[in-house]
Ligand binder design. Structure first.
Ligand SMILES: Nc1ncnc2c1ncn2[C@@H]1O[C@H](COP(=O)(O)OP(=O)(O)OP(=O)(O)O)[C@@H](O)[C@H]1O
Length: 972
């Protein structure tokens, strides 16, 4: 691929530009092709479907009419010449393993990719490998789209698609898709309504980022076959510009503040031309396709994009097809496929095509030449073999006296320099580097290219980066492990510096003056701790490899690159024990899962087997699980094809830390009960990611009794609720001490995404009026179909009496004011909600008797809110409220009077009203009587028991009962 790309790099283009005789060669084509070109051009001119492109209608005809026959045939020749050139560039791919110039045919190895419309969340913030582990399952809700249909309108809802943004992690097949699309077009197979497909790699555009160009001259530079194209041709043709690899661009796109350019001959910088093209100022009818790794895609404002797609890599069947296509030897491909299927981590990783390529290289080499060796089962095995095969190829290519497996000192030096580069940039989170960076690590750019057997396969051109992040991580681990074996204290302590000399730390003594280098188990333990503290997991794979490299068997594969270490069985056992016992409190459960992966890299299967047995056994709650068991279980549950019905942390017999480690499994369950735990931000982040993942299975979440839930945590969960992927229907937040700020967050979530949440339980939160008022906001939603509005009863004795009477007059005034404020709110908010059980009162719990004044004051405030909420529901013209139970609340007569204004509303369909023990007097009976008379048709049950109604009050009610229209059946 790189060799083919070279044809389009500036140096080669420049030489073609200055030597026009070469163009004659390039433009050579057969007469059939010219004929076909004529046909295509006239076809497009006359029959482009209406609405496909404004330029294809108006522009082409006017241009066509004015065109002289000679001009026309020149243009057709130009298009045909471009097609031939593009075909030549795209039909071969060089995947690194091939000798220069002998690329494989793209069509031979190209395997259909799984591309979807839309994109998954999180992809940019999480480590890509772990991301893949999670997204490896196909989502039935995804809309797959074929590469060649990327600009096609596929449903009636869609309008003309002009700008497409395709996301995808490194090595997932974005460039291959671009190449396949271009080849199919150039061969006349697909998308023939497009006159010119113009791929422009962002990596190559970097080379002219300091130059000034017009769009026309830019095309001349990168597509020399189009030298003769004129400005007016560009405006009448249907063009497709493909900007491949936005993440590699070194220019920044400013969509807000830039020079507006609408003329293809106007000169400016590349970034300005790009922005104008994307915004449609320049060639508004041209189609634009941008591909990018997700982390860079944010540069394009969503308003400019008509369709987002994501290349997800290979599905399980596509993985198999890849290997079948790759090897003509059927038996070999069968053996490779069955080996991959037998190893879960390899199988998951093969979701990424570039990983399939690495696997194919290694397994082909081992299965065809080296029949004796054990086939790789872990990632460290595989990557060690990958490096070995690369070195072997280099030897075969350049010759040498020693056996291909043996490394010369120069080889070792080069690999370790590469390792240093990989390591230093990994620490900084960099995946791309420039020649200055190479030089800093003692790497000479020309030296790198001489070692093409190793380096051209590892590096891409121009800007340097490793073919895949995992290769960078592997080389970095090799480097760090080598430093460890050489007792390089400076580098090691620099790396592990976060917990340097603390005499009380668990690592005390590891770095003493007398013994400056740690033991293997101490070194690995500290590296693990460092990776566990990483926010985004950028050292996860690196530390997995470090553990894998501690095994002698892996060191051997690398043919003397690493000095043998103190890896005798006792030390290894110590490392394994450390992994099983490491304390990862306050660490993200996702990070903790990596501890289990480290065990697997060290080929310790015990924990995995024990958890498999645990899953098979029926007595799950009896078996005691250690923390590492919990991480393994969390991983297996998360990866399971089956979605778990319920994850209830309380049901597992383990420590608190063990329970916290299980939280990652929340991503693959329908109901999660995480109540009563002390959880930190990292845990809530996992819950939020479960709510927003694609697909999100979570329907019910019980977080009750989580006193550690902060406002920031509620905000995090609320914004997850606003996410379009979130399908949460029930959220229980009982006794979480929610503040007004938290209620504000919840309210805005409910308002912005009202369609899924049916049940919100806030009981026991001592919410005050302002908090309830905030929550009232979501009742405005016309979709809301509230059916039950209830406050949990509390013993009357606790609310009656002195506390209320003791309330100072000032508080009473305040209460009145609050009341009126909320009353106003009631007029504003007309709403209802289906199936939503609303409880916002405090529930009496014997262990917390409300003895202080504040408690009763809060109770009172709550009652006011309850009345308001009731009014809102009762008066709503969409009201579905049938049962209203406000028993045991200090409503008093004034509260009932206001409530009755709701009952009198013609919209009110209330059937049961319960006002038991609400401190009501005969005055309330008067209000209720007139309400019942004015709206007598619905109320069937009225409970006024345990109130001081007196005879006069009962008499008033009896008057209503005599009314023939009264439907009241039960009066208590
Ligand atoms: N559809 C495919 N069929 C066969 N092999 C593929 C396919 N897609 C990708 N590959 C393999 O994966 C490698 C990487 O693919 P590609 O360069 O297209 O990835 P990318 O998404 O552009 O990555 P990056 O973001 O790193 O540029 C290719 O060199 C090839 O070996």
């Amino acid at each position: 691929m790189d060799e083919d790309r070279a044809e389009s790099t500036v140096p080669s283009c420049v030489s073609l530009k200055s030597d026009h005789s070469k163009q004659g060669l390039i433009y050579f084509r057969s007469s059939e092709e010219i004929e076909r070109g004529e046909h295509i051009l006239s076809n497009w001119d006359q029959s482009a479907p209406p609405g496909e492109s404004s330029c294809s209608q108006a522009g082409s005809r006017s241009g066509d009419a004015e065109m002289k026959p000679k001009q026309r045939s020149d243009l057709q020749e130009l298009i045909e010449g471009h097609k031939m050139s593009l075909k030549r560039r795209c039909e071969h791919v060089t995947e690194g393993t091939h000798e220069a110039g002998s690329g494989t045919l793209l069509n031979k190895i190209y395997t259909e990719l799984y591309i979807i419309e839309g994109q998954s969340e999180e992809v940019d913030t999480q480590h890509e490998v772990r991301q893949l582990e999670r997204t490896s399952k196909k989502n039935i809700q995804d809309t797959p789209i074929k590469c060649q249909d990327i600009f096609k309108v596929l449903s009636e809802q869609q309008r003309h698609i002009r700008v497409v943004l395709t996301n995808g992690v490194a090595g997932v097949g974005k460039t291959f898709s671009v190449q396949k699309f271009s080849l199919d077009w150039a061969e006349g197979l697909e998308n023939q309504d497009i006159s010119l497909v113009l791929p422009l790699s962002c990596r190559e555009l970097n080379l002219i980022r300091d130059e000034q160009h017009s769009l026309l001259s830019l095309l001349h530079v990168f597509h020399p076959t189009l030298q003769k194209i004129r400005a007016e041709d560009l405006t009448v043709w249907k063009l497709l510009f493909i900007f491949d690899g936005l993440d590699e661009s070194r220019f920044s796109l400013d969509f807000n503040n830039h020079q507006v350019i609408s003329d293809v001959t106007q000169v400016s910088s590349v970034d300005v031309l790009l922005v104008n093209l994307i915004q449609g100022n320049l060639l508004p009818s041209a189609l634009i396709w941008i591909t990018s790794r997700p982390a860079a895609a944010y540069q394009i404002p969503p308003s400019c994009v008509d369709r987002i797609t994501e290349v997800r890599g290979f599905t399980d069947s596509q993985k198999e097809e890849y290997f079948r296509r790759r090897f003509s030897d059927e038996d070999l491909s069968k053996r490779i496929i069955s080996h991959i299927k037998a190893s879960r981590s390899l199988h998951i990783m093969c979701l990424i095509p570039v990983f399939c390529w690495i696997t194919a290289i290694v397994l082909e080499d081992m299965m065809t030449r080296d029949q004796r060796g054990e086939l790789p089962k872990t990632l460290t095995d595989l990557y060690s073999h990958f490096l070995r095969v690369q070195m072997k190829r280099k030897k075969q290519k350049y010759g040498g006296k020693q056996r291909p497996e043996e490394l010369t000192e120069a080889d070792k030096e080069l690999l370790l320099k590469l390792g240093r580069l990989a390591f230093e940039h990994l620490e900084k989170g960099n995946i791309m580097f420039y020649s200055e960076d190479l030089e800093r690590c003692g790497l000479d750019v020309s030296e790198v290219s001489v070692y093409s057997g190793v380096c051209t396969e590892i590096f891409k051109r121009e800007i340097y980066c490793f073919v895949h992040l995992s290769i960078q991580e592997f080389l970095a681990a090799v480097y760090m492990f080598h430093r460890y074996t050489r007792k390089d204290t400076a580098v090691i302590s620099q790396f592990l510096k976060y917990s340097k000399p603390n005499p009380f730390s668990e690592f005390a003594g590891l770095f003493t003056n007398n013994d400056p280098v740690t033991s293997l188990d101490g070194f690995l333990r500290r590296a693990l701790m460092k990776s566990l503290k990483s926010k985004n997991g950028h050292l996860d794979l690196f530390v997995r490899f470090l553990h894998g490299l501690s095994l002698e068997s892996n060191q051997r594969i690398l043919g003397g690159l690493l000095d043998q270490t103190d890896s005798h069985p006792e030390t290894i056992q110590k490392v394994l024990n450390n992994l099983k016992e490491v304390n990862s409190d306050k660490i993200s459960p996702d990070r903790s899962i990596n501890i289990f992966h480290c065990l697997m890299e060290m080929k310790d299967q015990s924990v995995h087997q024990e958890i498999q047995e645990f899953l098979k056994s029926g007595k799950k709650s009896q078996r005691r699980l250690s923390e590492i068991h919990c991480s393994a279980l969390a991983y297996l549950l998360q990866m399971s094809e089956e979605v778990l019905d319920e994850l209830n942390l309380q049901q597992y017999n383990t420590s608190e830390e063990g329970r916290r480690r299980l939280i990652s499994a929340v991503r693959n369950c329908r109901k999660a009960v995480l109540s009563g735990r002390v959880l930190s931000k990292s845990h809530w982040k996992v819950v939020a990611s479960a709510m927003t993942s694609n697909p999100s299975h979570l329907r019910e979440l019980d977080l009750s009794n989580n006193q550690s839930l902060t406002d920031a945590d509620v905000e995090l969960l609320s914004s997850a609720m606003m996410h379009p992927n979130c399908r949460l229907e029930t959220l229980r937040l009982r006794h979480c001490s929610l503040s007004e700020i938290s209620c504000g967050s919840l309210a805005s979530a409910l308002r912005s995404n009202p369609s899924h949440l049916r049940v919100l339980e806030l009981r026991g939160n001592q919410l005050k009026d302002p908090a309830v008022k905030l929550l009232c906001g979501f009742l405005q939603d016309p979709l809301c179909k509230l059916e039950t509005l209830s406050q949990k009863p509390k013993p009357a004795s606790l609310l009656k009496g002195q506390q209320v009477e003791q309330k100072p007059p000032a508080e009473k005034v305040l209460s009145q004011r609050k009341w009126w404020r909320t009353m106003k709110l009631a007029k504003l908010h007309l709403s209802s909600r289906d199936g939503l059980s609303w409880s916002c009162g405090t529930r009496y719990r014997p262990e917390e008797p409300p003895t202080n004044k504040l408690f009763s004051w809060e109770e009172r405030a709550l009652n006011l809110s309850s009345v308001c909420l009731s009014l809102v529901a009762l008066k709503s013209n969409l009201s579905h409220l049938r049962v209203l139970d406000l028993s045991y609340n200090m409503l008093e007569d004034s509260g009932v009077k206001r409530l009755c204004s709701g009952l009198e509303s013609p919209n009110c369909k209330l059937e049961r009203l319960r006002l038991k023990d609400c401190s009501l007097s005969e005055i309330s009976c008067d209000s209720l009587a007139s309400a019942l008379r004015s709206n007598p048709s619905h109320l069937r049950e009225l409970d006024l028991s345990q109130n001081q109604l007196k005879d006069s009050g009962v008499k008033l009610l009896c008057g209503v009962l005599l009314d023939p229209v009264c439907k009241l059946e039960t009066l208590r």
